[in-house]
Design a protein around this ligand. Structure first.
Ligand code: BG6
Length: 476
């Protein structure tokens, strides 16, 4: 009962959580560069200069006040600026991935490293050269890249000048960026993800707009759908062998009870929060429940005359998804992180390996396209003692989830072709900006304020994962 021979094993990361080098190599400012660190129950903030010239801030998911301009302040720590400094540690980090027995590495390119403002015609040659050396070095280690073109981010200048994804000019900017990458790297990169977690639907950093009402959010997402589909359509003319997917977050799951009200609420919540996005991108059309959804939310989309045709022509080849936890839904309170049958992490994420098998089956039932588990892992507080981290909890988590994937493949015949755990080398948490929420099998010596030697130290889970990657799960 091992994983199939060509199954891809590896790790996944996002640029602004690990790369750093925010003012090096000609990189422009990214929307994430203005986001502070937070903690559980203390949302991260975007620092601002308000219309009247005073200093302010807004939560990462909130509307920004009208006229406010994201601004950096010297007295504030911004985790994306240094992150865990992959920019200067990439060779060492890839060596660790190779030692782990990885056959793939999923990472995102930083849009503002390639197009610093997002608006110029010519890419930044230093940006392309940075990823050239990363990709070429991966090739020497027989590690296949999977590239996320856009991981919840955009060049800040695009947000300021255009209002981000709320404006159709951002579609053209994304097309130019994505096709520049594809033309440049297509001979070395087969798998591409047009967006990360496109279903998170909000926040200045991901959408680049001050407004966060449903009308604006769904208009942004429509523009992203069109951008993705048009890039896929054009990329197929560049290289027919390329494979395109988009990544979805898949946590909304179960009714909190067998009360039909809760069952219906869970069904519709899951459809709206997850499937709506995959339905459009995988089937190439808005689903039948769109009219009811948009009526209820007061959304009227602005479309160009050929948008629907573009969506049809640029469907994805495979589905990628992140799976960390499951949630329960009640008619009264919506999505909850509570399930009496499950243990939770210190960040209150329920641990549910069977939910992963459920997701794999559910997605394949619905779309009949190949699947990849592109993020999965356990965020925990690790203790470094005498140069060691004993993280049996992480081993247990990964073993249970890998077994769930193996069951879906071998027992249920679901075509899942890869697993990239989040994140092989500790990096900054997206939701809280903390460092202490660690996912890696490699510890990075850095604290929540960015202090530390940045030294990489293998945890106990490293040897365990290596054994299982190399034996294709023979000892799970
Ligand atoms: C996914 C994101 O939502 O979850 C990652 O694609 C993120 O960027 C990961 O890091 C884990 O979430 P967090 O908040 O624990 O970092």
């Amino acid at each position: 009962m091992t994983f199939p021979k060509d199954f891809l094993f590896g790790g996944a990361t996002a640029d602004f959580q690990c790369e750093g080098g925010f003012d090096e190599g000609g990189r422009g400012l990214l929307t994430h560069d203005f986001v502070t660190a937070g903690a559980y129950g203390k949302p991260r903030q975007i620092t601002l200069t308000l219309k009247d010239g005073t200093r302010g801030s807004a939560g990462v998911r909130d509307e920004l006040p009208e006229g406010a301009v994201p601004t950096l302040f010297d007295d504030t720590y911004y985790p994306s600026h240094q992150a865990t400094d992959f920019y200067h540690h990439w060779r060492e980090d890839i060596d660790l991935l190779a030692e782990l027995g990885s056959t793939t590495y999923r990472f995102s390119m930083c849009w503002s490293r390639i197009f610093p403002t997002g608006m110029a015609q010519e890419p930044n040659p230093e940006g392309l050269a940075f990823y050239d050396q990363v990709i070429d070095y991966l090739a020497t280690k027989h590690i296949q890249p999977i590239i996320t073109i856009c991981h919840d981010e955009l060049p800040n200048a695009l947000a300021i000048e255009y209002g981000g994804w709320a404006d159709r000019r951002t579609i053209a900017a994304y097309q130019h960026y994505a096709l520049t990458l594809i033309r440049h790297y297509h001979d070395r990169v087969k798998y591409w993800l047009t967006f990360n977690e496109i279903n998170i639907l909000g926040g200045y950093a991901a959408l680049g707009t001050h407004k966060q009402d449903p009308q604006t959010r769904y208009q942004c997402v429509h523009n992203m759908f069109v951008a993705s589909a048009s890039v896929i359509r054009q990329a197929r003319l560049i290289d027919r062998n390329l494979q395109f997917g988009t990544m979805y977050m898949m946590s909304e799951m179960y009714p909190a009870s067998s009360d039909p009200q809760n069952v219906w609420a869970a069904y519709t919540t899951r459809r709206e929060a997850c499937f709506f996005f995959a339905d459009v991108m995988s089937r190439g059309a808005y689903p039948h429940y769109t009219r009811e959804l948009f009526k209820r939310l007061g959304v009227t989309l602005e479309m160009a005359s050929d948008d629907l045709e573009t969506l049809k022509a640029g469907t994805i080849d495979f589905l990628a998804f992140s799976y960390y936890r499951s949630g329960t839904v009640t008619a009264e309170n919506g999505l909850l992180n509570e399930n009496p049958h499950l243990q939770t992490t210190p960040w209150h994420w329920p641990i549910d390996p069977l939910g992963l098998r459920y997701c794999l089956n559910e997605l394949f039932d619905r779309y009949q396209k190949p699947l990849i588990v592109i993020e999965n892992g356990l965020g925990m507080i690790d203790k470094l003692e005498n140069g060691q981290v004993h993280d049996q909890y992480r081993i247990d988590y990964m073993a249970d989830h890998l077994r769930a994937i193996r069951d879906a493949i071998t027992l249920d015949d679901v075509p899942c072709f890869g697993y990239t755990m989040w994140a092989p080398i500790d990096l900054v948490s997206l939701s809280t900006g903390e460092m202490k929420k660690r996912y890696g099998v490699v510890y990075v010596d850095m604290d929540d304020q960015g202090h530390g030697s940045l030294q990489r130290i293998k945890k106990d889970s490293f040897a365990w994962l290596e054994e299982n990657y190399r034996s294709r799960g023979a000892n799970l």
